[in-house]
Structures are given as structure tokens and as C-alpha cells.
Design a protein around this ligand. Sequence first.
Ligand SMILES: [Ca+2]
Length: 161
Amino acid sequence: MATLFSMSISAHHRLPFLLCWLSSGCAPEDDTLDWDGQFEDSEACFHREIPEATGEPAVAGTTSHANPDERSFCSPSKGPELRYLWTPDESRAYRIHTGGSEFDTVLYVYEGCHERRIACNDDHQNLQSQVIVEATAFNQYIIVVDGYETLDRGAFRLTIQ
Ligand SMILES: [Ca+2]
């Protein structure tokens, strides 16, 4: 199942990749850009995995095709959201933010799927969100990028520093 999914994504990615090179100035992207909004695995509680804690941004994606299923625990979050699995490789404080996103974001973090609420923020800088998380190496965290209102959706950047 996962293999088939990967193959169809790579076929769809050739044209955007070419256009990106022709237009220059391409940001890193994840494969939500032409994604149909379904979980990769129906058993999973996340849409995508962030392999490394570093990178600026760690993810540049879009919530345009996601579903507005989840409510944050600190503010309205009526827009569609994406859930990312993050497994840091170092125990320390991380600054996680959505600076550079194109809509009013809400950001929240769980330890485990829904097991423990760690951090939540709506507006830190203008309408973008930021949380500071004291993370433990090799623990699994779920980072949710959500939109404040129903129409708050689209391109976002998720940075972990
Ligand atoms: Ca916000």
C-alpha cells in the first residue's frame, strides 16, 4: 500500500518539479502539495513524518486538501489541518513555528498520538504561531498545523529549530 502510494506521488511530481526549476527560487516542499487529503495509513494518527529536527523550514506544504477534523486545545481551529510525526534525535528545547505561512495558523503538539498535550499557540508573530517544546530524544511527537477559521488554509512553512 505504501509503495503504491509513493509511486503515484512521484509520477505526479515531475511537472511541478520541472516548473520549479524553470522558475527558480524553489522552497523545499513536502508531498502534500498534490495530495488528496487521506491518511497514508488508516491506522496512523499522522499524515507525514518529519525525518530530522533540523531544516528551515522542516516542511513547506499546503493544507488545501486536508480535512478540518481536529480542534486545538487553545483556540478555534476550524480550518483543515495536517498532522506530522516528529522524532527528535536530541533532548533539548526546540522552537517550532509557522513563520512564512500564508494564512492564520494554529500550531499544537502532542506527545504520542493524542496522549498528552504539550504545547499550543494561535498568534505569536502576526497570525503565525510558535511553541517552545522541551523534547526528549527519540520520543514521538505529533505536530499539528491547523487554520484558525474555515477559510484559513493553503501554503505553510513549519520550522523546527
Ligand atoms: Ca493564528
